[in-house]
Design a protein around this ligand. Sequence first.
Ligand code: 5GP
Length: 208
Amino acid sequence: MSVSTGNIFIVVAPSGAGKTSLVAALLKAATDVELSVSFTTRAPRAGEVDGQHYHFVSREAFEGMIAAGDFLEYAEVYGNYYGTSARWIRSRIAAGHDILLEIDWQGARQVRKVFPEAIGIFILPPSLEVLASRLRGRGTDSTEVVDRRLAEARAEIALLGEYDYAVVNDEFELACTDLLSVVRAVQLRTPRQCQRLASVLTQMQAAS
Ligand code: 5GP
């Protein structure tokens, strides 16, 4: 990656680990990080806005986009397609913007094949017991669905070694700080800082 391209942050978590709330808090604190809005074939939930939470499209439209090579990655999750626009990602990072992808583990793998320098962050629940009680507490899913999500969570947690950072979401504020710390540390890497601070550094280095 040349120094002028932006960072790609990929945030992955098992269902119920609190990823969406953490990412929302991160984006509020790190206003220079942009969220990639995925395409999906699932129906909008109450309060979800087309173009803001997702681009909601039909299965036919999504399959047409697959055939056209429009996706950087895509996967089928719980019976629906989800995918990331290749064009949007490439244009934003080429313009030097940092972007964040909130996607599943299959998508994370595909993105890191294309962009091995992308930063993978895994959100862990403090324990399986806590995860189970969070999933049950939602009250929206049957026991079978909760059990299936717990089995999937165990399988996803087994892949933790594929990620660069692991943030435990036990106490929400602390997890937010940890996530923001990861993002800030990456943004403060010297190659990026040298580029961002080029003119002031030229001046400081000339003065010495
Ligand atoms: P939900 O339907 O609850 O919004 O999302 C279900 C799962 O799909 C979550 O794990 C979410 O991170 C994942 N997901 C959302 N967008 C994408 C995407 O563009 N690509 C992939 N691979 N997964 C996605």
